[in-house]
Design a protein around this ligand. Structure first.
Ligand SMILES: C[S@@+](CC[C@H](N)C(=O)[O-])C[C@H]1O[C@@H](n2cnc3c(N)ncnc32)[C@H](O)[C@@H]1O
Length: 443
């Protein structure tokens, strides 16, 4: 029997026209920047023109980033077209795949989401973002939720900020729990979530508040259906508390994925001091447009702790998150490495410390995703003229995974036979570790 096509005709014209217009605009801006650069090089005068040249090169990087986004958009359009051309059999096969995967993705979607360098997750910046100063984009939370959970799963953010993670959870038919210490960020999250312009879905939800938290629950009576056709009554909750109390709010083995960006010890305070003292007249201050500021003066705020104390405080939190995450569930920590002036190193590798803390708490190190932020940040002159180091205009998404029950059993069995836990393997004097250190010579 011949397979039937679901949709016979699709009008590609608006897509093609829009993409064409955007390409033309970027091509023109690139050409303009190139011309400017050529002129500058022609009458090169290092002291006068350096700033302009740099701006021009940066503009080109930004345009390049936008072109990359367009490429991804084209890929999405290609997918939409393929979707529209699918036969009933193909649709059936995909539905099967969606049911078989833990995150409801088809094999094709799975592959398309497996890039590990992202430069297409920026979301529009609103004024209220400045009230906080260090939020991650909604698109970033949405992508992680799509990759690591399915509808109805529970998502958790222990350092909720202005609630980006739980907002994405609500909008994507997941449940969400957030904890935020600072009462003004708790109130700001409430304002954002209750504003239909910011959170249109709120019109079909019920809001309730008690003691130190609130709940927003989808209203079943409005017949709100998820994509699967199952009535969706998911909820989100936010608590105004210290996340060291997280086990008061979450049951053991209940969370499918944790998505968070912790305070970066007292790095924010240090960078502000640094900018004020050292870079009073430098380009770093002029061009980095930073909006970050300390979160609070509270002694419970992890953003007020020196780095070592901060790591010490984070370990029991990691251990508690391990308890509440389901076997096989994920924990994703979004962090940036810190420019470390005091210890003769270029960067303090915060992301490695997070991975190691996670391993100490029992998680398996699972993946590393680079969030490329070149588009939003200017380049500054570092180490000149004696030590070259790069502008780390990126954040790291450290992906940890709690072993499944079966993996835990196997790990225990192996440990009984004297085989190390996977997390200890790199810490002791194993052969591979020694080779890496250059202690053993290859035969
Ligand atoms: C990097 S921000 C998170 C921003 C968040 N990802 C967003 O997009 O809105 C870190 C947050 O942790 C909060 N925080 C600091 N110490 C805390 C603690 N002990 N318990 C809970 N939250 C805390 C800070 O107030 C700050 O809002």
């Amino acid at each position: 029997m011949e397979a039937k096509s679901k949709v016979k005709e699709i009008n590609l014209f608006p897509y093609v026209e829009k993409i064409g217009r955007e390409f033309d605009a970027y091509k023109n801006s690139l050409e303009k920047e190139l011309k400017k650069l050529e002129q500058l090089i022609h009458k090169f005068n290092p002291s006068l023109e350096y700033k302009e040249q740099r701006k021009s090169v940066e503009n080109m990087f930004k345009i390049q980033g936008k072109i990359n986004n367009l490429k991804l958009r084209l890929e999405e359009i290609k997918q939409e077209i393929q979707m529209a051309e699918k036969t009933e059999e193909e649709i059936e096969k995909e539905n099967q795949q969606r049911q078989n995967t833990f995150n409801g993705m088809t094999a094709r979607e799975w592959t398309l989401h497996s890039r590990n360098v992202w430069n297409d997750v920026s979301s529009p910046r609103k004024d209220y973002h400045k009230e906080h100063g260090a939020v991650f984009p909604l698109k970033l939370a949405e992508r992680l939720i799509k990759m690591y959970s399915r509808e109805g799963d529970l998502i958790f953010d222990p350092f909720s900020g202005i609630g980006t993670t739980i907002k994405a959870a609500l909008e994507m038919n997941r449940n969400g729990v957030g904890i935020e210490l600072n009462p003004s960020f708790y109130e700001l999250t409430k304002r954002i979530l209750l504003d239909p312009k910011e959170t249109p879905i709120i019109d079909s939800c019920i809001f309730s508040e008690e003691n130190n938290g609130f709940t927003i629950q989808k209203n079943n009576a409005n017949d709100l259906f998820s994509l699967d056709g199952i009535p969706s009554n998911n909820y989100i909750k936010l608590f105004n508390d210290d996340c060291r109390n997280l086990t008061n709010y979450l049951e053991a083995d209940s969370v499918q994925v944790l998505i968070t960006s912790p305070p970066y010890a007292d790095f924010i305070r240090k960078s502000i001091e640094d900018r004020e003292k050292v870079h009073k007249t430098s380009l770093i201050k002029l061009n980095n447009n930073s909006t970050v500021k300390p979160y609070s003066d509270s002694h419970l705020d992890l953003g007020n702790l020196p780095y070592d104390e901060f790591l010490e405080a984070l370990l029991p939190i990691m251990e508690d998150t391990y308890k509440v995450i389901k076997p096989g569930g994920y924990a994703i920590w979004v962090v940036k490495d810190y420019k470390d002036k005091e210890n003769f190193t270029s960067y303090l590798d915060f992301h490695t410390d997070i991975a190691n803390l996670g391993k100490k708490a029992g998680f398996l190190y699972h993946d590393l995703i680079i969030w490329d932020q070149n588009e939003q940040r200017s380049l500054v002159l570092l180490g000149y003229p004696s030590k070259f180091h790069t502008n780390q205009n990126c954040s790291f998404l450290v992906v940890l995974r709690k072993p499944t029950t079966d993996e835990m059993k196997q790990i225990r069995k192996k440990e009984k036979r004297g085989i190390e836990h996977p997390n200890d393997r790199h810490q002791s004097n194993t052969k591979s570790q020694n080779i890496r250190r250059g202690i053993l010579k290859h035969n």
